[in-house]
Ligand binder design. Structure first.
Ligand SMILES: C[S@@+](CC[C@H](N)C(=O)[O-])C[C@H]1O[C@@H](n2cnc3c(N)ncnc32)[C@H](O)[C@@H]1O
Ligand code: SF4
Length: 457
């Protein structure tokens, strides 16, 4: 067992290891996918699917009726609805082409609509998507159906569309309730309208509510964050995601509307995240992974306790499926053998689908070494630990250098970020906010790339 280490100097560690680290929603991360490799890889990986193994499905809706200045998602603001309607037509075509290529209808165990704001879709378009999906897939009886919802979109028509989809989980964006922060991020949203939307969704049969909160926002004082957390707890969601605001104005031009001098520094981010986490656990939520909190009986909390939590392009999930099929512009698919990302600009995506070509553009075929490293990084991000014996029995002799690397890293780590007890490599509780840094030690692609990432905390 490595020597016990006293309190961790998080600021010194961040200064030494660099502050930009991937969020590890995949391994390798998307900047390492090769341009042009998508179509052939997509065809090959699809050919490996079988009719009986359920898959997860993701649909990307890259439209919003407002533009929040903090937003890091692949989306655009539109004042007219006709481009959205046309885009839904392309999604329907892409789903049908996928079904035709396979020659069978795979089982669907989980469906997630993200964006952007899928809640912005007209009820008729939601129905068209539902029909296309039911035409191409066989939904399992317990399929989880989730949608990202901007509460400002939720009209009676939108609710009708969500009901038709048989929504089981809604993910509601809150970010921060204080008017000063909302003005600085261009996102007015009252507590009352959020509460009313949650009540309406519950009345429509939606059983699980997730709320997204951000720390690290401009003008977000500790008091404002604390007040937001308290109000979010009052909404009684089953899950809360507490994300650190990723400020990447070099990638997302509209984030330049946020003034650097209004942003909390790394020390304030760390203490804000820790305080908010304490308030949420004090209110009875269990921590799940690096940034989620869930009620004891919730599926995500159960998966975290059982060691079956997974991490995919949408973040943490309890869904066990090894394959995620992504439809829509910029959507990423994950297969046991590799990752494929669709064309990002919506116009080019629509052209590809209209001409009958696969929308896949970039891709990455996993090597045996990637599979081992990806598994280690996923377990660290989900369990804060790697069971070295389980690694060896899963991957055999090929895991041996990785086991040795883990033991070496823990022995040489003077910062107290990682330790070994028996055959368990783990991130101790006080270092958990820095788990992405520990995960990056196992990333063989990180040094090679020129990609820039968001803050490590
Ligand atoms: C697709 S978005 C939002 C769903 C919906 N459009 C809304 O705004 O309510 C999903 C979540 O990503 C998070 N998010 C967006 N931009 C982010 C950023 N720059 N850094 C960290 N989290 C971000 C927000 O918490 C947001 O609720
Ligand atoms: S946060 Fe949501 S509503 Fe705001 S721009 Fe991003 S996706 Fe659209």
């Amino acid at each position: 067992m490595s020597a016990p280490v006293a309190a961790i100097d998080h600021r010194a560690v961040l200064a030494r290891h660099g502050t930009e680290v991937p969020r590890y929603t995949s391994y390798p991360t998307a900047p390492h996918f090769a341009a042009g490799a998508g179509p052939a890889l997509w065809a090959e990986l699809c050919a490996g699917l079988d009719p009986q193994t359920p898959v997860s499905v993701y649909l990307h809706i890259p439209f919003c009726d407002r533009l929040c200045w903090f937003c890091g998602c692949h989306t655009k603001q539109t004042r007219r609805y006709d481009p959205v309607e046309a885009y839904v037509g392309s999604l329907v075509q892409e789903i049908a082409a996928f079904r035709a290529r396979l020659g069978f209808s795979p089982r669907l165990g989980a469906l997630h609509l993200g964006g952007g704001s899928p809640s912005f879709l007209a009820a008729g378009d939601m129905a068209r998507l539902s029909e296309a999906l039911h035409g191409a897939f066989r939904f399992t009886p317990d399929a989880e159906i989730s949608v990202e919802i901007d509460p400002s979109d939720v009209t009676p028509q939108a609710l009708a569309g969500l009901r038709a989809l048989e929504l089981t989980r809604a993910s509601i964006g809150v970010q921060d309730f204080s008017p000063e922060v909302q003005a600085a991020i261009n996102r007015p949203q009252s507590f009352e309208e959020t509460r009313d939307v949650i009540d309406e969704l519950r009345a429509s049969g939606c059983v699980t509510i997730n709320v997204d909160v951000l720390y690290g926002l401009p003008l977000q004082t500790p008091e404002r964050l604390d007040a937001t957390v308290e109000k979010v707890v009052d909404l009684q969601p089953e899950r809360i995601a507490l994300f650190g605001y990723a400020h990447v104005p070099h990638v997302k031009k509209h984030q330049t509307m946020i003034r650097d001098e209004d942003l909390p520094g790394p020390a304030a981010r760390l203490s804000d995240a820790a305080r908010a986490a304490r308030s949420l656990t004090g209110a009875g939520f269990e921590p799940v992974g690096i940034d989620h909190f869930a009620r004891h009986g919730d599926r995500l909390a159960r998966a975290a306790r059982a060691g079956t939590l997974r991490r995919n392009f949408q973040g943490y999930t309890a869904d066990p499926h090894g394959t995620l099929i992504g439809f829509g512009a910029s959507a990423i698919s994950r297969f046991p053998g590799g990752h494929v990302q669709n064309i990002v600009p919506t116009g080019l995506y629509r052209e590809a689908v209209a001409s009958g070509r696969p929308a896949a553009l970039r891709g990455y075929r996993l090597t045996p070494d990637d599979a081992i490293r990806g598994h280690m990084i996923e377990r660290l991000m989900c369990d804060f630990a790697i069971d070295l014996d389980a690694l060896a029995s899963r991957f055999g002799k090929a895991a041996e250098p990785h086991v040795r690397q883990a033991l070496r890293l823990a022995a040489s780590d003077a910062d107290g970020l990682a330790r070994v007890s028996g055959r368990r490599f783990f991130v101790p509780p006080e270092a958990r906010p820095l788990t992405r840094i520990v995960a990056s030690w196992f990333d063989a692609h990180l040094e090679a790339g020129t990609a820039r990432y968001s803050n490590a905390v």
